[in-house]
Design a protein around this ligand. Structure first.
Ligand SMILES: NC(=O)c1ccc[n+]([C@@H]2O[C@H](COP(=O)([O-])OP(=O)(O)OC[C@H]3O[C@@H](n4cnc5c(N)ncnc54)[C@H](O)[C@@H]3O)[C@@H](O)[C@H]2O)c1
Length: 436
Protein backbone atom coordinates (compact mmCIF):
# COMPACT_ATOMS: atom_id res chain seq x y z
CA UNK A 1 0.00 0.00 0.00
CA UNK A 2 1.04 3.63 -0.44
CA UNK A 3 1.39 5.34 2.92
CA UNK A 4 2.18 8.94 3.84
CA UNK A 5 3.54 9.76 7.29
CA UNK A 6 3.29 13.42 8.24
CA UNK A 7 5.75 14.24 11.05
CA UNK A 8 8.99 12.35 11.64
CA UNK A 9 9.22 12.29 15.43
CA UNK A 10 9.21 9.16 17.56
CA UNK A 11 5.76 8.09 16.45
CA UNK A 12 6.13 8.97 12.77
CA UNK A 13 9.49 7.26 12.31
CA UNK A 14 8.47 4.10 14.13
CA UNK A 15 5.05 3.89 12.43
CA UNK A 16 6.42 4.47 8.93
CA UNK A 17 9.40 2.21 9.26
CA UNK A 18 7.45 -0.66 10.77
CA UNK A 19 4.92 -0.37 7.92
CA UNK A 20 7.69 -0.19 5.31
CA UNK A 21 9.15 -3.31 6.89
CA UNK A 22 5.84 -5.05 6.04
CA UNK A 23 6.38 -4.17 2.37
CA UNK A 24 4.45 -0.90 2.08
CA UNK A 25 5.82 2.14 0.24
CA UNK A 26 6.15 4.88 2.82
CA UNK A 27 6.74 8.59 2.17
CA UNK A 28 7.64 10.78 5.12
CA UNK A 29 7.12 14.52 5.33
CA UNK A 30 8.38 16.97 7.95
CA UNK A 31 8.92 20.72 8.12
CA UNK A 32 12.20 20.21 9.98
CA UNK A 33 14.85 20.31 7.25
CA UNK A 34 17.68 19.13 9.50
CA UNK A 35 15.78 16.02 10.44
CA UNK A 36 14.83 15.26 6.86
CA UNK A 37 18.40 15.81 5.63
CA UNK A 38 19.76 13.40 8.16
CA UNK A 39 17.02 10.85 7.38
CA UNK A 40 17.79 11.14 3.65
CA UNK A 41 21.25 9.87 4.60
CA UNK A 42 19.65 7.09 6.69
CA UNK A 43 20.81 8.71 9.93
CA UNK A 44 18.22 8.38 12.66
CA UNK A 45 17.89 11.64 14.65
CA UNK A 46 16.78 9.87 17.86
CA UNK A 47 17.92 6.84 19.82
CA UNK A 48 15.28 4.13 19.87
CA UNK A 49 16.48 0.50 19.93
CA UNK A 50 16.38 -1.05 16.44
CA UNK A 51 15.14 2.07 14.64
CA UNK A 52 18.44 3.04 13.02
CA UNK A 53 18.80 -0.48 11.62
CA UNK A 54 15.23 -0.44 10.32
CA UNK A 55 15.74 2.92 8.58
CA UNK A 56 18.75 1.48 6.74
CA UNK A 57 16.94 -1.76 5.93
CA UNK A 58 13.92 0.11 4.50
CA UNK A 59 16.01 2.38 2.30
CA UNK A 60 14.31 1.25 -0.92
CA UNK A 61 10.76 1.35 0.49
CA UNK A 62 10.91 4.85 2.01
CA UNK A 63 11.37 8.50 1.00
CA UNK A 64 11.93 11.48 3.28
CA UNK A 65 11.02 14.96 2.11
CA UNK A 66 10.13 18.52 3.09
CA UNK A 67 7.85 18.58 0.03
CA UNK A 68 4.32 17.71 1.18
CA UNK A 69 3.04 16.65 -2.26
CA UNK A 70 5.48 13.70 -2.28
CA UNK A 71 4.01 12.33 0.95
CA UNK A 72 0.35 13.20 0.39
CA UNK A 73 -0.67 12.84 -3.25
CA UNK A 74 -1.97 9.44 -4.36
CA UNK A 75 -1.61 7.78 -0.96
CA UNK A 76 -4.04 5.14 0.31
CA UNK A 77 -3.56 6.13 3.93
CA UNK A 78 -2.08 9.23 5.56
CA UNK A 79 -0.94 9.14 9.16
CA UNK A 80 -0.81 12.46 11.03
CA UNK A 81 2.05 12.19 13.55
CA UNK A 82 2.85 15.82 14.40
CA UNK A 83 3.34 17.02 17.97
CA UNK A 84 0.43 18.06 20.20
CA UNK A 85 2.14 19.92 23.06
CA UNK A 86 0.33 21.44 26.03
CA UNK A 87 0.05 25.20 26.38
CA UNK A 88 0.53 26.94 29.74
CA UNK A 89 -2.98 26.07 30.99
CA UNK A 90 -2.55 22.41 30.02
CA UNK A 91 -4.85 22.86 27.03
CA UNK A 92 -3.67 20.90 23.96
CA UNK A 93 -2.05 23.17 21.42
CA UNK A 94 -3.55 21.98 18.14
CA UNK A 95 -1.65 24.38 15.92
CA UNK A 96 0.44 21.66 14.24
CA UNK A 97 -2.67 19.59 13.60
CA UNK A 98 -4.26 22.63 11.98
CA UNK A 99 -1.14 23.31 9.89
CA UNK A 100 -0.83 19.77 8.64
CA UNK A 101 -4.56 19.60 7.87
CA UNK A 102 -4.21 22.60 5.57
CA UNK A 103 -1.18 20.99 3.96
CA UNK A 104 -3.22 17.82 3.40
CA UNK A 105 -6.04 19.88 1.89
CA UNK A 106 -3.63 21.57 -0.49
CA UNK A 107 -2.12 18.30 -1.70
CA UNK A 108 -4.78 15.58 -1.87
CA UNK A 109 -5.61 14.08 -5.23
CA UNK A 110 -9.34 14.45 -6.10
CA UNK A 111 -9.18 11.21 -8.09
CA UNK A 112 -8.23 8.92 -5.17
CA UNK A 113 -9.96 7.86 -1.98
CA UNK A 114 -7.66 8.64 0.92
CA UNK A 115 -8.00 7.56 4.54
CA UNK A 116 -6.57 10.19 6.90
CA UNK A 117 -5.75 8.76 10.31
CA UNK A 118 -4.77 11.00 13.19
CA UNK A 119 -2.13 9.29 15.33
CA UNK A 120 -1.22 12.39 17.32
CA UNK A 121 -2.73 12.29 20.79
CA UNK A 122 -5.46 14.91 20.67
CA UNK A 123 -8.99 15.49 21.98
CA UNK A 124 -11.98 14.70 19.75
CA UNK A 125 -12.09 18.36 18.64
CA UNK A 126 -8.95 17.73 16.56
CA UNK A 127 -10.96 15.58 14.16
CA UNK A 128 -13.34 18.51 13.55
CA UNK A 129 -10.38 20.83 12.95
CA UNK A 130 -8.90 18.48 10.35
CA UNK A 131 -12.24 18.30 8.56
CA UNK A 132 -12.86 22.06 8.70
CA UNK A 133 -9.41 22.87 7.28
CA UNK A 134 -9.77 20.46 4.38
CA UNK A 135 -13.35 21.55 3.66
CA UNK A 136 -12.30 25.19 3.54
CA UNK A 137 -9.69 24.41 0.90
CA UNK A 138 -12.21 22.38 -1.08
CA UNK A 139 -14.60 25.32 -0.95
CA UNK A 140 -11.98 27.95 -1.85
CA UNK A 141 -10.63 25.91 -4.77
CA UNK A 142 -13.97 24.55 -5.84
CA UNK A 143 -12.83 20.94 -5.69
CA UNK A 144 -14.22 17.83 -4.02
CA UNK A 145 -11.99 15.24 -2.44
CA UNK A 146 -12.86 11.66 -1.61
CA UNK A 147 -11.59 11.02 1.93
CA UNK A 148 -12.43 9.90 5.42
CA UNK A 149 -10.92 11.19 8.63
CA UNK A 150 -10.38 8.80 11.52
CA UNK A 151 -8.31 8.34 14.60
CA UNK A 152 -5.69 5.65 15.20
CA UNK A 153 -4.05 6.61 18.50
CA UNK A 154 -0.54 5.36 19.04
CA UNK A 155 0.11 3.24 22.10
CA UNK A 156 3.82 2.48 21.67
CA UNK A 157 6.21 3.16 24.55
CA UNK A 158 9.59 4.69 23.86
CA UNK A 159 12.44 2.25 24.42
CA UNK A 160 10.34 -0.67 23.16
CA UNK A 161 8.59 1.23 20.36
CA UNK A 162 9.35 -1.11 17.47
CA UNK A 163 8.35 -4.18 19.42
CA UNK A 164 5.21 -2.43 20.67
CA UNK A 165 4.21 -1.28 17.20
CA UNK A 166 4.82 -4.55 15.41
CA UNK A 167 3.54 -6.80 18.17
CA UNK A 168 0.72 -4.74 19.69
CA UNK A 169 -1.76 -5.84 22.36
CA UNK A 170 -4.39 -4.09 20.29
CA UNK A 171 -4.70 -1.57 17.47
CA UNK A 172 -7.33 1.07 18.20
CA UNK A 173 -9.00 2.49 15.11
CA UNK A 174 -11.79 5.05 15.11
CA UNK A 175 -13.38 5.11 11.67
CA UNK A 176 -16.87 4.87 10.22
CA UNK A 177 -17.06 3.50 6.67
CA UNK A 178 -16.61 -0.05 5.38
CA UNK A 179 -14.08 1.13 2.77
CA UNK A 180 -11.92 2.64 5.54
CA UNK A 181 -12.28 -0.52 7.59
CA UNK A 182 -11.15 -2.61 4.61
CA UNK A 183 -8.01 -0.49 4.15
CA UNK A 184 -7.11 -0.72 7.83
CA UNK A 185 -7.64 -4.50 7.87
CA UNK A 186 -5.42 -4.87 4.82
CA UNK A 187 -2.68 -2.67 6.29
CA UNK A 188 -2.57 -4.33 9.70
CA UNK A 189 -3.31 -7.88 8.49
CA UNK A 190 0.23 -9.14 9.24
CA UNK A 191 -0.14 -7.99 12.85
CA UNK A 192 -3.66 -9.38 13.12
CA UNK A 193 -2.30 -12.75 11.95
CA UNK A 194 -0.01 -12.53 14.98
CA UNK A 195 -3.03 -12.25 17.29
CA UNK A 196 -3.21 -8.44 17.53
CA UNK A 197 -6.82 -7.40 17.86
CA UNK A 198 -7.95 -4.48 15.73
CA UNK A 199 -10.54 -2.65 17.80
CA UNK A 200 -12.89 -0.66 15.58
CA UNK A 201 -14.67 2.04 17.56
CA UNK A 202 -15.93 5.55 16.87
CA UNK A 203 -13.35 8.28 16.13
CA UNK A 204 -14.17 10.25 19.29
CA UNK A 205 -14.01 7.11 21.41
CA UNK A 206 -10.62 6.29 19.89
CA UNK A 207 -9.29 9.78 20.71
CA UNK A 208 -10.43 9.47 24.32
CA UNK A 209 -9.23 5.86 24.67
CA UNK A 210 -5.65 7.07 24.31
CA UNK A 211 -6.08 9.62 27.11
CA UNK A 212 -7.80 7.01 29.25
CA UNK A 213 -4.92 4.52 28.80
CA UNK A 214 -2.23 7.06 29.65
CA UNK A 215 -4.15 8.29 32.68
CA UNK A 216 -4.48 4.75 34.03
CA UNK A 217 -0.78 4.05 33.54
CA UNK A 218 0.35 7.34 35.06
CA UNK A 219 -1.97 6.82 38.04
CA UNK A 220 -0.37 3.41 38.66
CA UNK A 221 3.08 4.98 38.74
CA UNK A 222 1.83 7.75 41.04
CA UNK A 223 0.15 5.31 43.43
CA UNK A 224 3.18 3.00 43.48
CA UNK A 225 5.39 5.92 44.47
CA UNK A 226 2.98 7.04 47.19
CA UNK A 227 2.97 3.47 48.57
CA UNK A 228 6.74 3.58 48.40
CA UNK A 229 6.86 6.73 50.54
CA UNK A 230 4.71 5.00 53.15
CA UNK A 231 6.78 1.78 52.95
CA UNK A 232 9.91 3.80 53.61
CA UNK A 233 8.48 5.04 56.89
CA UNK A 234 8.14 1.40 57.96
CA UNK A 235 11.54 0.47 56.55
CA UNK A 236 9.64 -1.94 54.26
CA UNK A 237 10.74 -2.97 50.78
CA UNK A 238 8.49 -1.60 48.00
CA UNK A 239 9.70 -4.11 45.43
CA UNK A 240 8.47 -6.94 47.64
CA UNK A 241 5.18 -5.20 48.29
CA UNK A 242 4.58 -4.61 44.59
CA UNK A 243 5.53 -8.16 43.69
CA UNK A 244 2.70 -9.30 45.94
CA UNK A 245 0.30 -6.68 44.58
CA UNK A 246 1.11 -7.42 40.92
CA UNK A 247 0.28 -11.10 41.29
CA UNK A 248 -3.36 -10.07 41.60
CA UNK A 249 -4.69 -10.74 38.10
CA UNK A 250 -7.00 -7.75 38.34
CA UNK A 251 -3.93 -5.53 38.73
CA UNK A 252 -1.01 -7.17 36.88
CA UNK A 253 2.70 -6.51 37.27
CA UNK A 254 3.50 -3.64 34.96
CA UNK A 255 4.06 -0.03 36.04
CA UNK A 256 4.50 -0.98 39.69
CA UNK A 257 8.16 -0.06 40.00
CA UNK A 258 9.14 2.79 42.34
CA UNK A 259 10.89 5.76 40.73
CA UNK A 260 11.40 9.51 40.82
CA UNK A 261 8.11 9.76 38.96
CA UNK A 262 7.01 9.42 35.37
CA UNK A 263 8.36 11.62 32.61
CA UNK A 264 8.50 11.68 28.84
CA UNK A 265 6.56 13.62 26.28
CA UNK A 266 3.17 12.04 26.96
CA UNK A 267 1.99 11.32 30.48
CA UNK A 268 2.09 14.80 32.04
CA UNK A 269 0.92 16.48 28.85
CA UNK A 270 -1.97 14.07 28.30
CA UNK A 271 -3.18 14.16 31.90
CA UNK A 272 -2.94 17.95 31.87
CA UNK A 273 -5.04 17.93 28.72
CA UNK A 274 -7.66 15.74 30.34
CA UNK A 275 -7.59 17.89 33.50
CA UNK A 276 -8.10 20.99 31.36
CA UNK A 277 -11.01 19.42 29.48
CA UNK A 278 -12.52 18.20 32.72
CA UNK A 279 -12.24 21.67 34.35
CA UNK A 280 -13.54 23.37 31.22
CA UNK A 281 -16.59 21.15 31.32
CA UNK A 282 -16.92 21.82 35.08
CA UNK A 283 -16.54 18.17 36.04
CA UNK A 284 -15.51 17.22 39.59
CA UNK A 285 -12.96 14.61 38.40
CA UNK A 286 -10.41 17.28 37.48
CA UNK A 287 -9.11 17.31 41.09
CA UNK A 288 -8.17 13.64 40.93
CA UNK A 289 -6.41 14.13 37.59
CA UNK A 290 -4.52 17.19 38.84
CA UNK A 291 -3.35 15.24 41.89
CA UNK A 292 -1.66 12.63 39.67
CA UNK A 293 0.56 15.40 38.31
CA UNK A 294 1.12 17.12 41.68
CA UNK A 295 2.01 13.89 43.40
CA UNK A 296 4.38 12.96 40.57
CA UNK A 297 6.31 16.19 41.02
CA UNK A 298 6.66 15.63 44.78
CA UNK A 299 9.31 12.92 44.39
CA UNK A 300 12.10 15.19 43.21
CA UNK A 301 11.28 17.53 46.12
CA UNK A 302 11.39 14.55 48.48
CA UNK A 303 14.82 13.66 47.13
CA UNK A 304 16.07 17.18 47.78
CA UNK A 305 14.86 16.80 51.39
CA UNK A 306 16.93 13.60 51.65
CA UNK A 307 20.00 15.41 50.36
CA UNK A 308 19.52 18.33 52.73
CA UNK A 309 19.02 15.95 55.65
CA UNK A 310 22.33 14.31 54.78
CA UNK A 311 24.41 17.39 53.93
CA UNK A 312 22.61 20.41 55.48
CA UNK A 313 23.71 22.58 52.56
CA UNK A 314 24.24 21.64 48.91
CA UNK A 315 26.37 24.70 48.13
CA UNK A 316 29.24 23.46 45.90
CA UNK A 317 28.51 19.88 46.94
CA UNK A 318 29.58 17.52 44.19
CA UNK A 319 26.55 15.47 43.16
CA UNK A 320 26.49 12.80 40.48
CA UNK A 321 23.34 11.91 38.58
CA UNK A 322 23.35 8.65 36.66
CA UNK A 323 20.74 8.75 33.90
CA UNK A 324 19.17 11.86 32.41
CA UNK A 325 16.80 10.19 29.88
CA UNK A 326 13.26 9.96 31.23
CA UNK A 327 13.53 6.17 31.04
CA UNK A 328 16.09 3.55 30.01
CA UNK A 329 16.84 2.75 26.36
CA UNK A 330 15.93 6.14 24.89
CA UNK A 331 17.65 9.47 24.26
CA UNK A 332 14.50 11.42 25.15
CA UNK A 333 14.78 13.85 28.07
CA UNK A 334 11.39 15.53 27.65
CA UNK A 335 9.90 16.04 31.13
CA UNK A 336 12.67 13.86 32.53
CA UNK A 337 12.72 13.55 36.35
CA UNK A 338 16.53 13.92 36.20
CA UNK A 339 16.18 17.26 34.43
CA UNK A 340 13.61 18.37 37.02
CA UNK A 341 16.13 17.46 39.70
CA UNK A 342 19.05 19.24 38.00
CA UNK A 343 17.02 22.46 37.83
CA UNK A 344 16.40 22.44 41.60
CA UNK A 345 19.99 21.45 42.41
CA UNK A 346 21.31 24.33 40.29
CA UNK A 347 19.20 26.75 42.31
CA UNK A 348 20.87 25.34 45.44
CA UNK A 349 24.31 25.87 43.84
CA UNK A 350 25.27 22.20 43.78
CA UNK A 351 28.16 21.11 41.57
CA UNK A 352 26.49 18.56 39.27
CA UNK A 353 28.02 15.84 37.11
CA UNK A 354 25.89 13.64 34.89
CA UNK A 355 26.30 10.56 32.77
CA UNK A 356 23.74 8.92 30.50
CA UNK A 357 24.54 6.30 27.83
CA UNK A 358 22.38 7.97 25.13
CA UNK A 359 20.87 11.24 26.33
CA UNK A 360 23.97 13.42 26.89
CA UNK A 361 23.35 15.53 23.78
CA UNK A 362 19.81 16.34 24.86
CA UNK A 363 20.98 17.21 28.38
CA UNK A 364 23.76 19.43 26.99
CA UNK A 365 21.17 21.26 24.87
CA UNK A 366 19.23 22.07 28.03
CA UNK A 367 21.96 22.81 30.58
CA UNK A 368 25.07 23.71 28.52
CA UNK A 369 28.08 24.49 30.73
CA UNK A 370 26.04 24.85 33.93
CA UNK A 371 26.81 21.20 34.77
CA UNK A 372 29.62 18.70 34.11
CA UNK A 373 29.43 15.75 31.71
CA UNK A 374 31.30 12.51 32.37
CA UNK A 375 32.27 9.83 29.86
CA UNK A 376 31.10 6.92 31.94
CA UNK A 377 29.56 6.04 35.28
CA UNK A 378 32.93 5.57 37.03
CA UNK A 379 34.32 8.91 35.94
CA UNK A 380 31.04 10.56 36.92
CA UNK A 381 31.30 9.42 40.54
CA UNK A 382 35.00 10.24 41.18
CA UNK A 383 35.36 12.67 44.08
CA UNK A 384 31.60 12.99 44.40
CA UNK A 385 29.70 13.28 47.69
CA UNK A 386 26.41 11.92 46.39
CA UNK A 387 25.37 9.47 43.71
CA UNK A 388 21.79 9.46 42.47
CA UNK A 389 20.39 6.84 40.11
CA UNK A 390 17.62 8.56 38.19
CA UNK A 391 17.23 6.25 35.14
CA UNK A 392 17.12 2.45 35.15
CA UNK A 393 19.69 1.77 32.40
CA UNK A 394 21.00 -1.80 32.60
CA UNK A 395 24.53 -0.52 33.05
CA UNK A 396 23.49 1.17 36.32
CA UNK A 397 22.13 -2.10 37.69
CA UNK A 398 25.60 -3.61 38.04
CA UNK A 399 27.85 -0.77 39.16
CA UNK A 400 31.30 -1.59 40.53
CA UNK A 401 30.20 -0.43 43.97
CA UNK A 402 33.38 -1.08 46.05
CA UNK A 403 35.45 0.81 43.49
CA UNK A 404 32.97 3.66 43.28
CA UNK A 405 32.80 3.93 47.07
CA UNK A 406 36.61 4.17 47.30
CA UNK A 407 36.72 7.07 44.87
CA UNK A 408 33.85 9.03 46.42
CA UNK A 409 34.07 11.41 49.40
CA UNK A 410 33.61 10.19 52.98
CA UNK A 411 30.14 8.98 54.06
CA UNK A 412 28.68 9.12 50.54
CA UNK A 413 24.99 9.52 49.82
CA UNK A 414 23.59 6.76 47.60
CA UNK A 415 20.19 7.69 46.12
CA UNK A 416 18.74 4.52 44.65
CA UNK A 417 15.65 6.18 43.18
CA UNK A 418 14.94 3.32 40.77
CA UNK A 419 15.09 0.63 43.46
CA UNK A 420 17.89 -1.31 41.75
CA UNK A 421 19.96 -2.24 44.79
CA UNK A 422 19.86 -4.06 48.06
CA UNK A 423 19.91 -1.74 51.05
CA UNK A 424 21.99 -4.01 53.25
CA UNK A 425 24.69 -4.51 50.61
CA UNK A 426 25.07 -0.75 50.20
CA UNK A 427 25.09 -0.03 53.91
CA UNK A 428 27.76 -2.72 54.42
CA UNK A 429 29.91 -0.98 51.83
CA UNK A 430 29.65 2.27 53.81
CA UNK A 431 27.11 4.18 51.71
CA UNK A 432 24.27 6.09 53.33
CA UNK A 433 21.36 4.52 51.44
CA UNK A 434 18.30 6.51 50.35
CA UNK A 435 15.44 5.44 48.12
CA UNK A 436 12.01 6.62 46.95
N1 LIG B 1 6.64 9.79 21.86
C1 LIG B 1 5.78 8.87 22.29
O1 LIG B 1 6.14 7.96 23.03
C2 LIG B 1 4.34 8.89 21.87
C3 LIG B 1 3.57 7.73 22.05
C4 LIG B 1 2.24 7.76 21.66
C5 LIG B 1 1.69 8.92 21.13
N2 LIG B 1 2.45 10.03 20.99
C6 LIG B 1 1.83 11.22 20.40
O2 LIG B 1 2.21 11.26 19.02
C7 LIG B 1 2.40 12.61 18.59
C8 LIG B 1 3.81 12.78 18.08
O3 LIG B 1 4.70 12.52 19.14
P1 LIG B 1 6.27 12.45 18.89
O4 LIG B 1 6.89 12.10 20.20
O5 LIG B 1 6.56 11.64 17.69
O6 LIG B 1 6.54 14.02 18.59
P2 LIG B 1 7.85 14.73 18.09
O7 LIG B 1 7.80 16.09 18.65
O8 LIG B 1 9.05 13.86 18.36
O9 LIG B 1 7.67 14.81 16.50
C9 LIG B 1 6.71 15.58 15.86
C10 LIG B 1 7.23 15.91 14.47
O10 LIG B 1 6.21 16.60 13.75
C11 LIG B 1 6.83 17.58 12.96
N3 LIG B 1 5.85 18.58 12.58
C12 LIG B 1 5.26 19.56 13.30
N4 LIG B 1 4.42 20.26 12.55
C13 LIG B 1 4.45 19.75 11.31
C14 LIG B 1 3.80 20.07 10.10
N5 LIG B 1 2.91 21.06 10.02
N6 LIG B 1 4.09 19.33 9.02
C15 LIG B 1 4.98 18.31 9.09
N7 LIG B 1 5.63 17.97 10.20
C16 LIG B 1 5.38 18.67 11.31
C17 LIG B 1 7.94 18.13 13.85
O11 LIG B 1 8.91 18.82 13.09
C18 LIG B 1 8.45 16.85 14.49
O12 LIG B 1 9.49 16.27 13.73
C19 LIG B 1 2.06 13.47 19.79
O13 LIG B 1 0.71 13.82 19.74
C20 LIG B 1 2.29 12.54 20.97
O14 LIG B 1 1.52 12.90 22.09
C21 LIG B 1 3.78 10.04 21.33
Amino acid sequence: MKIGVLGTGWVGLVTGNCLANLGNDVSFYDIDENKINSLKNQICPIYEPGLQELIIKNKNKTTYSTRPDEAIKDKDILFITVGTPADEDGCVDLRYIKQISRTIGENLNPQNFCLILNKSTSPPEALDIIEEEIKEIEKNNNIKYDYEIGCCPETLAEGTAIKDFSNPDRIIVGIKSEIAKGLVQKLFRPYALNQAEIIFIGPKEASLAKYASNTHLAARVAITNVISQIARKYNANTREIMKAVGKDRRIGQKFLHPSLGFGGSCFSKDIQALTFLSKQKELPGSTLLQEIINSNKSHTEHLIKDLLEHFNSLENKKITILGTAFKANVSDTRDSPAHRLIKILLELNADITVYDPKAMEETKKEFGDKINYAENENQATEGSSALIIATEWDIFRSLDLPNIKNKMQENPFFGDYRALYNEKELKDLGFKYYHV
